[in-house]
Design a binder for this molecule. Structure first.
Ligand SMILES: Cc1ncc(COP(=O)(O)O)c(C=O)c1O
Length: 438
């Protein structure tokens, strides 16, 4: 069943896909192992995107496969309301250790979007629980992506994701994004210019008054809008302003969590302590859908003084699904046993050099890198924004590499287990593609 092209592609309405274009020329993956996918024609495809930022440990990681297989045979499903199963508690305990007990509480969801909406709801309910119910405003950032729930869309800053869905949540404001090619092009790691953009939060506070603002949510590195790395000092400044005004700071680490920057989380890399962290993807190495919100103990505890009974009226049927918990536990084990972060750190320099070696190739207007991420920004074809990078994506797939594109930016985020030979293959092919793009 998995090996051949389905007879009819029409019934499946594909997400975030140019359906008509795809169905005229489908790209179908049938298996995956380590750094490679295999497509329906038997071609191997080097994974330059960790699927969709999901697979830090590479595909079909044996320990994870085994853990999920064992769990599905033992406990296929367990209700999560007023019930539990040991693996859900074990995973939370392991996450607590993995985050050096800096949060203390872990709430499970099934996706990044749900993690974001959960964190926003916890922020609102937390202030109310403390008797500060006027704090209802949520602040996001232009060019931020926080998934596709109504909360995430509302704090998100991507016009295409917002414009067709009505007026979204009320009481939302946005910080400016930090992307500036005139100031920061070809940066390695955090760019020098732009920490003052965090002070825009003071302007928003002056406009609305701090007493009305519940939370600020940002991606430490914005991924979906093309690898926007925060300027030096920017996140620390946001933290200071939030603390000063009693506003919760949420880091959306759905892509930066679990090693992408070669540290466990981006908050480790930037040495900034958020109040909540949203995660998904790498949490289970992408094997079974799962998200989680890391919540500071004091936020959780504010809910524990109310009347007896359910403290937070929120949750999902599949919160803490046994298969996801098994995958999550195995993922954390592999991270430690195989010293994946050490390996990633060892690769980061080689990666950075490879990224910046593309300087001067046709259409390239910026290259930026941090950890094992790269953004390759191309000049758009006049009147056809996004067309050039999309063509690069299609050609790359034909030539056996999976890349991700957003607008005219190529975003690379390979599995962290990659070796130098994979970097060479990826950039060798990209180099050829860039030379021949329209
Ligand atoms: C930063 C961020 N937040 C949230 C999401 C949404 O996650 P999901 O697609 O699992 O709902 C994504 C997805 O890419 C993301 O990058």
């Amino acid at each position: 069943m998995l090996e051949s092209q389905p007879a009819d592609l029409a019934p499946y309405w594909m997400p975030f896909t140019a359906n008509r274009d795809f169905k005229a020329n489908p790209r179908l993956l049938v298996s995956a192992e380590g750094m490679y996918y295999r497509d329906v024609h038997g071609n191997s495809v080097l994974d330059g995107a960790a699927g969709l930022w999901c697979v830090p440990l590479g595909h079909a990681q044996p320990k994870i496969v085994q853990a999920v297989q064992t769990m599905v045979a033992q406990l296929d499903f367990a209700p999560s309301f007023q019930m539990g199963h040991p693996a859900a508690f074990e995973l939370a305990e392991r996450l607590d250790q993995y985050t050096n007990k800096r949060f203390g509480k872990f709430f499970y969801t099934n996706s990044g979007s749900e993690a974001v909406d959960t964190a926003l709801k916890i922020a609102l309910a937390y202030h109310r629980a403390r008797g500060d119910a006027a704090r209802t405003r949520l602040i996001g950032r232009e060019r931020g992506y926080h998934g596709v729930g109504f909360g995430g869309m509302s704090v998100g800053g991507i016009a295409g994701n917002r414009k067709t869905f009505g007026s979204l949540l009320p009481g939302v404001d946005h910080l400016p994004h930090t992307h500036n090619l005139e100031q920061n092009s070809y940066s390695r790691g955090e760019p020098e210019w732009g920490s003052h953009l965090a002070d825009e939060l003071e302007r928003i506070v002056a406009l609305h008054d701090a007493s009305t603002i519940a939370a600020v949510i940002v991606e430490p590195v914005a991924g979906s809008t093309g690898v926007l790395v925060p300027p030096k000092g920017y996140l620390k400044r946001l933290r200071e302003i939030c603390t000063k005004h009693g506003i919760l700071l949420i880091f959306d680490e759905v892509i930066t969590g679990f090693g992408r920057l070669t540290t466990p989380f981006a908050f480790d890399y930037f040495d900034v302590e958020p109040d909540m962290v949203t995660t998904a993807k790498g949490l289970t190495n992408g094997t079974v859908p799962m998200g989680a919100v890391f919540v500071k103990q004091r936020i959780h505890d504010a809910f524990m003084y109310g009347p007896a009974g359910i403290e937070l009226f929120h949750g999902y049927t599949y919160s803490g699904h046994p298969l996801a918990c098994a995958a999550g536990l195995a993922t954390l084990e592999v991270f430690e046993e195989q010293k994946v972060l050490e390996h990633a750190r060892g690769m980061a320099g080689y990666w950075e050099e490879a990224v910046h070696s593309l300087k001067g190739l046709p259409h390239v207007v910026d290259l930026r890198s941090i950890g094992l991420i790269a953004g390759i920004e191309l000049a758009p074809i006049a009147g056809k924004p996004g067309a050039r990078a999309f063509e690069a994506f299609k050609r790359a797939f034909e030539q056996g590499v999976l890349i991700r594109v957003t607008g005219d930016i190529i975003a690379l985020s390979p599995p962290l287990i990659l070796e130098k030979k994979h970097v060479d293959e990826l950039f060798g092919k990209l180099r050829d593609i860039l030379k021949t793009l329209p």
